[in-house]
Design a protein around this ligand. Sequence first.
Ligand code: URA
Length: 199
Amino acid sequence: IAFARELAASAATLDELRECMAGFEGCNLKFTAKNMVFADGNPQANVMFVGEAPGRDEDLDGKPFVGRSGQLLDRMLAAIGLDRSSAYISNVIPWRPPGNRAPTPQETEICRPFIERHIELVKPKVLVHLGGASAKTLLNTTEGILRLRGNWRIYSGAAGLEIPAMPTLHPAYLLRTPAHKRLAWRDFLEVKMKLRALS
Ligand code: URA
């Protein structure tokens, strides 16, 4: 983990970070994944969305949120006037866990320096955590996502970086629990208003 942190810190640009991660052999998930999933969208965007880990479709494509969850995410983005040219999207874990199992706490800790550096390099004005894994890992909390969602938090990064962060429900969860879409809708409206206040 110390090595991952040093490696991540050595990356001065997103391209360098991608290369560092592609060469990193400290996470076992890399050896079963077909592709590394780095990010999609516009790194200049005001808002960055961070999910959990790639699934089958993302692993095949090398891009985050391209499967069923991704299609729902795209519709949710469109509902607040965003698309992949006005948002940036990544995950806590860049390699697919076999069979879409949940990443272990150890895998999450190993990969965490990379997403933290990723956020530092992008420096979005607003961060959105898609699901509990992203929220808990990056906001250093053990609270459940149903309690976290809907309330602005501060993401604290290196060198005093502070970014308003909205935890919300993961699109894959919403596909299984469509009755909760109205909760995510509220969270997305919060994000929309925050972004509007910036411009
Ligand atoms: N779920 C995630 O958390 N991330 C993806 O990229 C796809 C599905």
